[in-house]
Design a protein around this ligand. Structure first.
Ligand code: SF4
Ligand code: SF4
Length: 216
């Protein structure tokens, strides 16, 4: 049986790092991230994410009524600002406690797509040695970046679908967040079998499914 690598060349950079990224950045969570965490940990959404309201969507927020209030999901953080999933081991090592379930933004960090290129993001907080390792692993990370970009594109499509309902809801009488999250769970469960298709093709099938998916 072929053994899968435990750490790829890029994530190996993190093994000797105190993980300042998991304390200094707010982690935005898309629908796929949220559903995967809810299913994987058997936890409800309020245990996992904070709902932050903002007057703009920035393409990743959503409404619960026809007002301009947009909701954004961010991973919950502790009072000391560290992500609630960050583990402190032996007083020295820090590790992600949900490594296989971590959001796409965490998987992709600190690399980002810039047109056809993949390169280090401008806001990274990696120490210099790890920065150098990631710099040399940019191309190896392309598949992760492409997957993350595809999920973000699907999320925007999902939010467009949802907004058809939200825009009909009177201001000041927002739909319950639970109604939105229940809808997300059903939608992403319906999308899941499509992911077995070829890369680049399953997304088109998923878009078609989203565009017809029944609203509550
Ligand atoms: S700061 Fe950079 S090297 Fe350190 S854990 Fe985060 S991504 Fe890895
Ligand atoms: S989910 Fe994991 S990788 Fe992402 S911020 Fe939290 S501890 Fe860090």
């Amino acid at each position: 049986m072929e053994r899968l690598p435990v750490l790829d060349p890029a994530t190996a950079a993190c093994s000797e790092c105190p993980a300042p990224c998991c304390a200094e950045h707010d982690v935005n969570v898309n629908g796929f991230d949220l559903v995967r965490l809810m299913r994987g940990l058997a936890l409800s959404w309020p245990s996992l994410v904070n709902d932050i309201e903002h007057p703009h969507s920035f393409f990743v927020g959503f409404r619960l009524d026809s007002s301009s209030t947009h909701h954004h999901f961010y991973l919950r953080r502790r009072p000391d600002e560290t992500c609630q999933f960050l583990l402190q081991l032996d007083g020295r090592w820090r590790r992600c406690g949900v490594h296989q379930l971590r959001p796409g933004a965490c998987r992709a960090y600190p690399i980002r797509a810039a047109g056809d290129e993949v390169r280090l993001a401008s806001h990274i907080v990696c120490p210099p040695p790890q920065r150098q390792l990631y710099q040399s692993a940019c191309e190896a990370m392309r598949v992760v970046i492409d997957d993350d970009s595809a999920e973000d594109a699907l999320w925007r499509r999902v939010l467009e679908r949802w907004d058809l309902l939200a825009r009909t809801v009177p201001r000041g009488q927002p739909l319950p967040m639970d109604a939105f999250v229940d809808w997300l769970l059903r939608l992403y469960d319906a999308v899941a079998p499509l992911r077995r298709g070829a890369r680049g093709e399953w997304q088109l099938a998923a878009y078609a499914l989203v565009d017809e998916f029944p609203l509550p």
